[in-house]
Design a protein around this ligand. Structure first.
Ligand code: FAD
Length: 462
């Protein structure tokens, strides 16, 4: 094994790395993949997308059962949560999916190595696991992902003051939870614990939540989360968070200390690129540590590539996978690219928030004239039957060409609706193209069609 030479060695088994490895194997390359965890699937499957969505679903059902079934004439009494069981379900889902990745890798004849990898040359990764192994390859692809960012003064102890990894495994519901950072991870996990009974306070340094998201949609989301009982303090500069006895105390600039039972640090993620041997190989990183690559995802060193969270951009699983596929297809065929304008992003709160393409602020800043169509969920029959009419879909189209430039939605299953918008943007569709596509009735997808009709000023239902 140690002397076997691979065509490509992939360092990191997350959605960037494992997808790249499988695609490269399908294209006929001999592939090695290395991860420091025996459960392949990376942050996303083990401690990110999947466990957080499992918890969101369970806590949503709990919320629905307690507060929303009565409107259907269904009464439920004595509703309670068995947190251990809820966590057990989450773990089973993670195990099933990570186990599935191992099967996929084996089926595609990808050789797996478990251990911490360090680049020793452009053709050699040293792997320190149960044994020390050398993996030789013609080319190397780095997909080592990201880790939670830290904040000076906040003493993360992995327990009461923890990050998202801690927050997906609390053993009891904290009475008071302070979330530092109103990005999507903080809001998703804040929602989970709010629904399960915590008094959640979210501290955000900016004067708004969900920075980077369409401003109007973020404002609506903020209002809804407040109605759900989450407290927000914006423009709150956290200076410290530490334990005072058994209590967490968070100090923001110019304000009274906030006491809590747990603190959840969610101030973003930073590239996982230290101690990889990059400096020795003269692979350059930017000042935040993101590996610098060209349009082929090749680093400054010929034959060494990088994709996913560790190169920056949208830190999303599907973006990492897209880059992984494009990178290896380009290595083998010379073609492939990623359309960064068509990468959707979803916040899986209730309501869901979904976005793809440019938002109003970005278009205005770029001096691009646009027209918009905004359709409220209330105009949609299916939304009414589902009992949830809060939300809207907004389509932004070029003022003269009508080409769709961005779609932003908040509301029930907005995350599913956005897929159509991503396809439309990818194919360069106009709002009229979308409006002229027949959408099944009664479905929420009709909101998308109606928003497209509104762009042309010929709405039927609003
Ligand atoms: P990773 O998934 O981070 O994988 C990198 C792998 O490399 C890891 O397994 C790591 O252990 C391994 N590794 C690192 N260094 C070494 C080394 N030297 N040797 C060996 N192995 C190494 N994204 C979404 O798209 N949708 C979501 O709903 C979503 N929810 C999230 C929720 C949470 C709580 C978190 C934390 C993240 C979430 N994300 C979500 C982000 C998503 O998880 C990441 O964008 C995605 O995992 C990045 O993929 P990657 O392959 O680049 O890196």
């Amino acid at each position: 094994m140690a002397n076997e030479k691979f065509d490509l060695a992939v360092l990191g088994g997350g959605p960037g790395g494992y997808v790249a490895a499988i695609r490269a194997a399908q294209l006929g390359l001999r592939i090695a993949i290395i991860d420091d965890n025996e459960k392949f699937g990376g942050t996303c499957l083990r401690i990110g997308c999947i466990p957080s969505k499992a918890l969101l679903e369970s806590s949503h059902l709990y919320e629905e059962t307690r507060h929303h079934l009565a409107a259907h004439g269904i009464s439920a009494t004595g509703v309670s949560v068995d947190l251990a069981k809820l966590m057990e379900r989450k773990t089973k889902i993670v195990d099933a999916l990570t186990g599935g990745i191992n099967i996929l890798l084996k089926r595609n004849k990808v050789t797996m190595f478990v251990g911490r990898g360090v680049l020793r040359s452009p053709n050699l990764i040293e792997v320190n696991g149960a044994n020390r192994t050398e993996v030789h390859a013609a080319k190397i692809l780095i997909a080592t992902g990201s880790i939670p960012a830290s904040l000076p003064g906040v003493k993360v102890d992995g327990n009461l003051i923890g990050d998202s990894t801690t927050a997906i495994s609390y053993e009891s519901v904290p009475k008071r939870l302070v979330v530092i950072g109103a990005g999507y991870i903080g809001l998703e996990l804040g929602s989970v614990w709010n629904r399960l009974g915590s008094k959640v306070t979210v501290l955000e340094a900016m004067d708004r939540i969900l920075l980077g998201l369409d401003g109007e949609i973020a404002k609506l989301a903020h209002r809804t989360f407040v109605k759900q009982g989450i407290e927000f303090k914006t423009s709150a500069w956290v200076q410290s968070a530490e334990m005072h006895g058994s209590e967490c105390v968070v100090q923001c600039k110019d304000s009274e200390p906030i006491k809590a039972d747990r603190v959840l640090m969610c101030t973003g993620r930073v590239p996982n690129t230290t101690n990889l041997g990059l400096e020795q190989l003269k692979i350059t990183v930017d000042r935040r540590g993101f590996i610098q690559v060209d349009e082929k995802f090749e680093t400054k060193v010929t034959g060494v590539f990088a994709i996913g969270d560790c190169i920056g951009g949208a830190m999303l699983a599907h973006k990492a996978s897209e880059e992984g596929v494009a990178c290896v297809e380009r290595i083998v065929t010379g073609h492939a690219h990623v359309n960064y304008d068509a990468i959707p992003a979803i916040v899986y709160t209730s309501p869901e928030i979904a976005t793809v393409g440019k938002n109003e602020e970005q278009l205005t800043e770029a001096g691009i004239e646009f027209k918009k169509g905004v359709c409220p969920y209330g105009a949609n029959g299916r939304a009414r039957t589902l009992g949830d009419i809060d939300g809207r879909v907004k389509i932004l189209a070029h003022a003269s060409t009508d080409r769709i430039l961005g779609v932003h939605a908040i509301g029930l299953r907005a995350g599913d609706l956005i897929a159509e918008a991503a396809v439309a943007i990818n194919f360069g569709a106009s709002a009229e193209d979308l409006a002229r596509c027949c959408h099944a009735h009664p479905t929420l997808s009709e909101i998308m069609q109606e928003a497209a009709l509104i762009v042309a000023g010929r709405s039927i239902h609003t």
